[in-house]
Structure formats: structure tokens, C-alpha cells
Design a protein around this ligand. Sequence first.
Ligand SMILES: [Zn+2]
Length: 261
Amino acid sequence: MEGNPGDQSRYGRQLGLPGVGPEGQARLAAARVLVVGAGGLGSPILLYLAAAGIGTLGVADPDTVSLSNLNRQILHGPGDLGRPKTESARDKLAAFRPDLDLRLHPRALDDGNATEIVAGYDLVLAAVDSRESRRVINRACYARGVPWIDGGVDGFEGLVSAYRPPGGPCYECLTRGAPDLPGRVPQLFGALAGTVGLLQVQEALKILLGIGRPLVGRVLFYDSREPRFDVVEVPPDPSCPVCANARSPGINHRGHGEHGV
Ligand SMILES: [Zn+2]
């Protein structure tokens, strides 16, 4: 990267930032980042990670593009209807960043494959719409020691948080016992997915570059109607079956029932 005039011009507007510079830019070029979901959150996330100069991007999504996706899923267009989202994403991202190393995972992550997939990356961004998908990502990331950034959107509201193994709190600490909402298709202010997805990107870049204070142990809530941001601190659950073990290897904290949320 050093001495490459093409890189200098493409990333020239961020190279002067404290914490970036040629060293930080080289760190981004060496980084391998997985985005789980190439939809409303995943579209802006993938574009801005590519724009920032991330070297290797993984795209995981089992779905195909449908018409109702297009109020927010800006990686895809009418010509992509019926195509796998991973392929549509690949075409746009390769055109935007021809030097990008793209890895496609056209399938849903589950406990059988997530740990192996996650192990190939330095950081994961969840752009999914179910608690179960987040739990799968959380378990895999804590098993492999990979930090991950969550984002969620519903209606006019969104939230963002960051998880950094082996420390807690993890997603399980926050949501233990909370049920999933099967079959529910939320209505959504489309641009909200851009706001929340790009907050996730900034958290990811902060962690990769060691800048600022990531949203670890905190959840950022956004209400676009007011508009208003709130940040709430969340403690680790000392009996969490995911991160309590990660924090204290060799000690089994698997208790059950003490924290019926
Ligand atoms: Zn936990």
C-alpha cells in the first residue's frame, strides 16, 4: 500500500485522520470482514466497508432479490429480481472496488457451519432480522474469539451494539430467554436501515483501527421520529452460558434458571 499513488488518491480523505494514516489503511486492507445478510442493513454496510478499503469482504445470504426489498436494499435493482443476493452484491461490489477480495456464502448460518465460516474472518457484522440468527453468530464469534457488531431496525427505531470476545456482555447476556418473533415481517422506514447499517460500519472500523470507544457493553438506541439517540450500559450476565465460559476458560459456569428473563 505504501507508495501506491492509486491508494493515496482513493483513500486520501481519510488517511489524515488520527488513528488511520498509511498504517491504519494497511490494516483495513489486510482485514477480513464477514457481513451476514445482504439486505437492508447489509447493502449500505457492504458498500461502505468496500469504500473504506477493507481488503476481504465475505457476504453470507441464502435469499434471492424480491421487489419489496428495493425500498432499502440498495445493492440490488429491478434487474436483479430472482437472483441470489450474494451474486447481485458481488457484481456491484466488484464494479465499485475491482481489487476487493470477495467471498460468497450463499447459505444461512447455523450452528453446524457458522463456527467454521466465522473462523476465516477478523470481524463480523450481523445484518439479520431474527434473534436466532444473532444467537448463532454470537455463539460462533465467542467460540472463535471474533468481535461482532449487531444492528437491528423496526419501524422508525433501530439499535446498535458491539461484542468483543472473550469479554462480556454478549448478545446472550442481553436477550437470554427472550423469544423470537417467528413469521413477523416488520414495516420499515427504509432509510433507517442506512442509518443503522452505517453506525455498524463505524463501530467495525473503530475496532479494526483501535479508534475511540466501541459500543461494547452498551447499546445505542435510535428513534428517527424525534430524532434521538440514547446509549444504555448493559452489564455482563455472570451465569451467561456463552460469554461467562469464554471469560473464565476451564471453569464451567453453566447454571440454569437463575436468570429467567
Ligand atoms: Zn454473555
